[in-house]
Design a binder for this molecule. Sequence first.
Ligand code: ADP
Ligand code: MG
Length: 621
Amino acid sequence: MAFLELDVLNNAPKPVIGIDLGTTNSLAAVWVDGRPTVVRPDGMGAIVPSAFYFEKDGQVLVGHEARRRAMMDPGRALFSVKRFMGRGLADVAGDLASVPFEAREGEGGVVRFLVDGKELAPEQLSSFILRRVVEQASLVLGVRPDRAVITVPAYFDDTQRQATRDAARLAGLEVLRILNEPTAASLAYGLDRRKQGKVAVYDLGGGTFDVSILDIEDGVFRVLSTSGDTHLGGDDLDRALVQVALDELAPRLGDAASEPALLQALRLSAERCKIELSRAPQAEMHLVAPELDLDWRRTFSRAELEAAIAPLLERTLDACQRALADASLTVADVDEVVLVGGSTRVPAVRALVERFFGRTAHAELDPDEVVALGAAVQAHILAGGTREFLLLDVTPLSLGLETMGGAVAKVIHRNSPVPSQATEGFTTYADNQTGLVLNIVQGERELAADCRSLGRFELKGIPPMPAGMARIAVRFQLDADGILNVTAKEETSGVAASITVQPMHALGDEEVERMLADSYANAQADFDNRRIADLKVEMGTMLRATKAHLDGVRADLDRESLLDLEEACAAAQATIAAERPTAAETQKVRDTLERATLPLAALLMDRVAKEALSGKRVSDL
Ligand code: ADP
Ligand code: MG
């Protein structure tokens, strides 16, 4: 069935990816098999360093490659582009000092880099990173995702957020949401399931430190305060080690100590040593420079690193204190602490934070992946899945009832966790209707005829009353074994009826797939059919109301209005009877009918008002 396969490919919605577009590192995650998963192509790491190297021939290298080349030739490299997103020259004067390219103010007053006579916007550069991230995702997913949730620091202003959106657009991505990084991290830990609480998110990345205090209320996050230091991060920890090294090496290096390439090499060695120390009690830093006849090695203990970085870490606590004060909270008010950022892997950092907040911090997930994972959770929610996916068993297809006119009212939606139950209210369509047939259907299509009927049952003995007065509660209960029990009960009289069917086990995976594919393929047609069915029902109601009241006021209605109304009623009747009217036609006929009934309605209102004034109660009419 090649055609069917083609259909599925073309119509299945592409996955929405979550992207952590970081100052130092970027990566993506996507929802797979019920949980967020970092996109990690075989043989590659997940992380794309947010680094650029500009070749003389105009080629731009991105990621690891750029980082490697930058080591040899820092003068043609660019890092931390995120700092410049949506900022003016004056905002980032300090950061520009370390950029080896000229910068000028471009359109809208935002920074542009001048590389070999070509202007490059930070948005453009970020789009290169996003493209690389998407390429990696495509390798893993087999399709190129074109929609994303992208994270930004909580303190990003509108211009910076817009710049992030623009970068995404340049990379061919539609942004479904810009998500705050601390919120993403909290989502990754499922903290949205808390009814309420306060979360402190401590994020120590490569070049920046942020702390955010969030408030959760019924799964909704609000940022109460943020604080931090945009120039404090893992790079500074590296520099602290470099400083120790330079103090010892200076006499042997002489003038070479200020050489950019040598410093860069020392920095990378320091970073490697620092990372190793997160795991091991000791690690080595080394520097080999044959031209200086230098082969320097030095073993660092964890304690030495901790001593070197202690003042830096102390500063992060000051920021935590400020954030709490800004939120008018104390450490005792904080319910959850979340660690984010590669630098929180340093054991001393984690210990410090836990001591400060007086509680264990969430560090079960990789701190440098947790933001991307949370973005994938949000992406999944926006793509239409539900959070409950995390519970393993879900209904693969929606369960519902056929309503008047052949439409489907979904009661338990696709992907709801099992067991599950839901109640919907229905009413009678005709006056004095004493019974109704309930057709239970399964599927995603909008019309009952296109879904699978699981069974029918009757609810009888409804006391005679005007249309729309009966209160029928229909309860769907789906148990853990996939058995569906449907009960219908008329509330005023208490009459009830029920049926038990077994929907889940009758459908194979293949059939589920086919039905899903079918519903995607037919989404537009279904939408139209559904609309037509609804419009027909609406017209039916209008026709009946007209018929019920027209005779009483016919004499008072002017001739033209009467003719209009009769004509509109005839058209409506014809459309209701028609096999396949278009949605547009049906809408037009319905609108005409509504307009034509206005004079009648006005007359009736008028009469009601008069009767009321003459002492009759409105309800008597
Ligand atoms: P950003 O959010 O700024 O893009 P990340 O969260 O990816 O950055 O953090 C990058 C920083 O984390 C770098 O300074 C890197 O050296 C540091 N880092 C990564 N792994 C470790 C580790 N195991 N121990 C200590 N620091 C680490
Ligand atoms: Mg980060």
